[in-house]
Write a protein that binds this ligand. Structure first.
Ligand SMILES: [Fe+2]
Ligand SMILES: [Fe+2]
Length: 225
């Protein structure tokens, strides 16, 4: 059966208030990929993974997943990274919703560790969030999401491919933390890495026509009006 939030909200009504506030902020920012739909997919995966683990603190896990990309809803994400910016924003959002200091720290850690860049997961909840978010990239469908990310970040295909190949390589070397996460991956992360590598070879070595810009079409500079 699909995991749902109902029981968790009955046990901890703060989750509903946070859910509504997080949804409002993601929808207001309306990013092409890092939006509330992405958060819902991560949340579904995180709950599936959590069912397979003992002693998960859902009052930490669910808020962490809901807020893990909230950094993209602040202008600070470009300066310090969305993981750090998101942890800072969570530290502001959570106390008014009756979260205790210790809970805020635990949730902020999960958010900072969800990329495995600013810090590595030190708790079960952080490990589950990390796996749930990495699994977003572990499917052929991520090749299509890639186009949305290129548009969202207004970046070139080359920049996207370099970054994603680097990240997939690091994630594969690190490995997923949970048993269920590994099962859900089923080798897809590795497949995505090899396909991105093939695309990079095609674009950079075999088909330079995909990299043509206006400058390539003029010898003495691009004409202006
Ligand atoms: Fe993220
Ligand atoms: Fe994410």
């Amino acid at each position: 059966m699909n995991p749902t939030l109902d029981e968790h909200v009955r046990n901890d009504p703060r989750i509903l208030a946070l859910y509504l506030e997080a949804r409002r902020r993601y929808n207001e920012t309306a990013r092409a990929h890092h939006n509330f739909t992405h958060v819902m997919r991560d949340l579904h995966r995180a709950l599936l993974i959590a069912e397979d683990e003992d002693s998960v603190n859902y009052s930490i896990l669910i808020p962490s997943v809901l807020l893990h990309d909230i950094g993209f809803c602040t202008p600070d994400s470009t300066k310090e990274g969305h993981d750090l910016a998101g942890a800072h924003l969570a530290e502001e959002m959570l106390p008014p919703l009756a979260y205790e200091d210790q809970e805020v720290s635990a949730i902020a850690h999960c958010i900072r560790a969800h990329k495995g860049h600013a810090e590595l997961p030190q708790t079960l909840e952080a490990e589950i969030l990390y796996d749930a978010d990495v699994l977003e990239k572990a499917g052929l469908v991520f090749l299509l999401f890639g186009g949305k990310i290129i548009g969202e970040f207004e970046e070139t295909m080359e920049v996207f491919l370099e970054r994603e190949i680097h990240h997939r390589t690091t994630e594969l070397a690190r490995g997923l933390y949970t048993r269920k996460g590994k099962e859900l991956d089923g080798g897809r992360l590795e497949k995505v890495l090899s396909l991105f590598s093939l695309i990079r070879t095609e674009v950079t070595q075999e088909r330079p026509d995909y990299r043509v810009s206006e400058q390539n079409l003029w010898t003495k500079g691009v004409p202006s009006l």
